[in-house]
Design a protein around this ligand. Structure first.
Ligand SMILES: NC(=O)c1ccc[n+]([C@@H]2O[C@H](COP(=O)([O-])OP(=O)(O)OC[C@H]3O[C@@H](n4cnc5c(N)ncnc54)[C@H](O)[C@@H]3O)[C@@H](O)[C@H]2O)c1
Length: 341
């Protein structure tokens, strides 16, 4: 796929936003990135990701917040994007217990502003990130898009679920085609310092203890970042359309009955035991972890497992990177990046 379309991408200096932007730039899209470079985790990592993107002629970066309506208006007036990929958010389950207001501002007000911009500029397709955390206390595995998801167990999940339903209303009223993704624990090079793989790697190398919650009795559907961004790139062209619903045979479709709006899981569909993930990391680092076993953390869920029949049916692609390869790539990146300084 090649294209010279203009994509407005929020959170472009973030973990997934960086990989997404890079893939789109390589495919020839014009990417207009926005990132507030928030200090939730080390800003230098965001700046270093952005430096790589700024080497592309087809990349234009704006540093600013989603809450800044004036800036958004200026960007849209200048670049008139036809596609929006909205990845900027206050992420993280645990931090939402300490600092819920940050989620309110970035995820609710920020996403509201993106919906308003989509309405005003009549974009061809708005793609928004949500999370597997919205499945909350659901017990039926794998998690499928058509299950109820009304029992979030963290404020983070509650704001993401709100984004899903907010976008449905805008899609219905203003006929904006919207695709919402639910990502399952994403990992890979340039990953987030607040996430397990990064924290474990750092602690093991520094001879510090790693905290293993729920005494290790957890499963995550760890999904490699390249699989996430490849899936999104294939979904850009899969514009939801209520009329086509009657003619297409899409497996397990979640498309709305009344709006051009669709929800879609992007996950590996192969849950891994947390302890197996740690063992694989120990193997890659050639060093054993000092493990501290703890109880379940507030807001966390015990297991995630994605049903990806819809993704596969729409794109003919299924995430397939195994943790052996994925963790090795992360460790190689981590060593290169931190040994360089
Ligand atoms: N990484 C995962 O495992 C995972 C899982 C499920 C969902 N998600 C979702 O995917 C998206 C990307 O996540 P990520 O892992 O790349 O996180 P990230 O924190 O690395 O990236 C988010 C970026 O958004 C920016 N940002 C935050 N609030 C902003 C605001 N108000 N205005 C402008 N910029 C702002 C941050 O500076 C950051 O660079 C998020 O919406 C997140 O909720 C991620």
């Amino acid at each position: 796929m090649t294209s010279n379309k203009t994509i407005f991408l929020t959170g472009s200096a973030g973990f997934i936003g960086f990989h997404m932007s890079k893939l789109l730039l390589d495919l020839g899209f014009i990417v207009v990135g926005l990132d507030g470079m928030t200090d939730y985790y080390e800003v230098s990592l965001k700046k270093d990701r952005n430096k790589i993107l700024e080497e592309y002629n087809n990349y234009k970066f704006y540093q600013g917040m989603l809450e800044d309506e004036k800036l958004l208006n200026e960007i849209f007036k200048k670049h008139d994007p036809s596609i929006i990929i909205h990845l900027a958010a206050q992420a993280g389950v645990r931090y939402s217990i300490e600092n819920p207001k940050s989620y309110l501002k970035s995820n609710l007000i920020g996403t509201f502003n993106i919906l308003e911009m989509s309405k005003k500029s009549k974009v061809d397709h708005l793609l928004i990130s949500s999370t597997s955390s919205v499945y909350g206390s659901n017990k039926t595995m794998p998690f499928s898009e058509n299950q109820k998801s009304d029992t979030p167990m963290s404020f983070y999940a509650a704001t993401k679920k709100s984004n899903e339903v907010m976008s449905h209303s805008y899609s219905y009223i203003f006929e904006i085609p919207v695709t919402v993704f639910r990502f399952f624990t994403v990992y890979g090079p340039w990953g987030r310092p607040d996430m397990a793989l990064y924290k474990f790697t750092k602690s093991i190398l520094d001879d510090k203890e790693i905290s293993i919650y729920n005494n290790g009795d957890m499963k995550r559907d760890f999904t490699y970042v390249s699989d996430i961004v490849k899936s999104i790139s294939l979904l850009i062209e899969k514009i939801p359309n209520v009329v086509s619903k009657r003619f297409e045979s899409v497996t397990n479709d979640s498309i709305s009955d009344v709006a051009p709006w669709r929800l879609i899981n992007i996950g590996n569909s192969k849950p891994t035991n947390l302890m197996d993930y740690v063992s694989e990391l120990e193997l890659c680092l050639g060093k054993k972890a000092k493990k501290k076993f703890l109880g379940m953390q507030m807001g966390d869920i015990k297991e995630t497992f994605s049903d990806v029949r819809l993704l596969e049916s729409l794109t003919k692609f299924k995430p397939n990177t195994n943790i052996k390869y994925g963790i090795k790539n992360f460790v190689n990146w981590y060593m290169d990046y931190y040994n360089e300084r």
